[in-house]
Design a protein around this ligand. Structure first.
Ligand code: MG
Length: 374
């Protein structure tokens, strides 16, 4: 089993209007990351999964990390495009991006079940009474003992599900891949599902998932502080933005004091030393270097620990230039560098009332506080 080539296919091409918000559901944030990113990381971290491919709508390729395939007009067409895009594999796990929490045990159970069937799905018994309805009055109760709630990921023999998709009649829709495989004459095994796999469908579901996720995570907060000297004949880079000024900051890299403070704060959240530990000023390769790469590196170390950056609060301390006109540009640049939303980045500025080195215009200081969840 371990030597088989297993691919995870995440379907993230839908519009998901029922969950509310002004972005498609799969890109709404959970613990600071899009829903789809949670599923992608969970699969990527599983030792049995060699490759993760995400199906997105045209134009949304850049919103998802890793390998993407453009989907079709319906869910079924999107999955078909994804399967064709995978090309070759032994097994495939097909998953909805709207189910961000994937217990590792589910993948193990599904892959074991695939040894005895061409398809396997997780399912839960139905606890509530089921009845026909739709109007104001309740109609007949339905026997729930024969019913289950089918979840994703659903696991398949790759060749069997691809053939079943190709044979499915055009113009007819399917609710999931298990239905498509059964139509092709194959049995689908059932393994115990998990309430954590429940789909984010309605606005309250996101808050519930946040609480479930938060229960297993720790919040860490750390600060960073930096100062660089203002000199003539240098460019002034602040928060990744080139700001016109009669002086610039001097230092071994581009001396972006704001990005350095944020970088140190990010590193602090995982006790990973400071910017000098990772990018020694004595190393000539960092001369004039663009500081955004330092910040991206720090963020990648948090991601490698399955952590999420939740919030960045930056304060720039100087007499001049005025930061206000550049505040939104800096927020946008920091958000881009970290892959976060604008409302996760705060940029503030203050003077020191003419006092001290910042007051005399000899340098600029910056401090940052970063909150992560690990
Ligand atoms: Mg510095």
């Amino acid at each position: 089993m371990g030597s088989m080539d297993t691919v995870a296919l995440i379907v993230a091409a839908g519009q998901g209007a029922r969950a509310g918000g002004d972005v498609p559901k799969q890109f709404q944030l959970l613990a600071g990351q899009p829903l789809v990113e949670h599923a992608r990381r969970a699969f990527a971290a599983h030792p049995a999964i060699a490759r993760v491919v995400t199906v997105v709508a045209a134009g949304q390729e850049a919103l998802v990390a890793g390998e993407t395939v453009v989907g079709g007009a319906t869910r079924r067409e999107s999955v078909r495009n994804g399967l064709e895009g995978i090309g070759a594999a032994d097994r495939v796990l097909i998953h909805d991006a709207a189910r961000p929490l994937i217990p590792a045990g589910i993948v193990d159970r599904l892959l074991i079940a695939l040894d005895g069937a061409k398809g396997a799905v997780p399912a839960l018994p139905v606890a509530d009474t089921l009845a026909r309805g739709g109007g104001a009055m309740l109609l007949d109760t339905v026997d729930r003992s024969a019913l289950v709630r089918v979840q994703t990921p659903q696991a398949f023999d790759f060749a069997a599900i691809l053939a079943a998709h190709r044979a499915w009649p055009d113009g007819e829709e399917a609710t999931d891949e298990a239905q498509i495989l059964r139509r092709a004459g194959h049995d689908v095994a059932v393994v115990p599902g998990d309430p954590l796999l429940d789909k984010i469908t309605y606005p309250g579901d996101l808050a519930l998932a946040e609480a479930r996720l938060g229960a297993g995570m720790r919040v860490r907060t750390a600060m960073g502080f930096d100062v660089h000297r203002l000199v003539e004949g240098e460019e002034l880079w602040l928060g990744g933005i080139l700001i016109p000024h009669d002086k610039g900051l001097s230092g071994h890299s581009d001396a972006d004091v704001a990005l350095h403070a944020i970088t140190d704060a990010v590193l602090g959240t995982i006790a990973a030393g400071d910017i000098g530990t990772h990018f020694p000023p004595s190393d000539p390769q960092w001369r004039g270097a663009e500081s955004g790469q330092f910040l991206r590196h720090a963020a990648s170390l948090v991601a490698a620990k399955d952590g999420f950056i939740d919030f960045v609060d930056l304060t720039i301390i100087c007499e001049a230039p005025k930061i206000g006109p550049w505040r939104e540009a800096i927020r946008g640049r920091v958000a881009d560098l970290l892959g976060l939303a604008l409302d996760q980045i705060s940029v503030k500025a203050t003077t020191t009332e003419g006092l001290g080195f910042t007051g005399r215009g000899e340098g600029i200081a910056a401090q940052a506080i970063v909150t992560v969840r690990l």
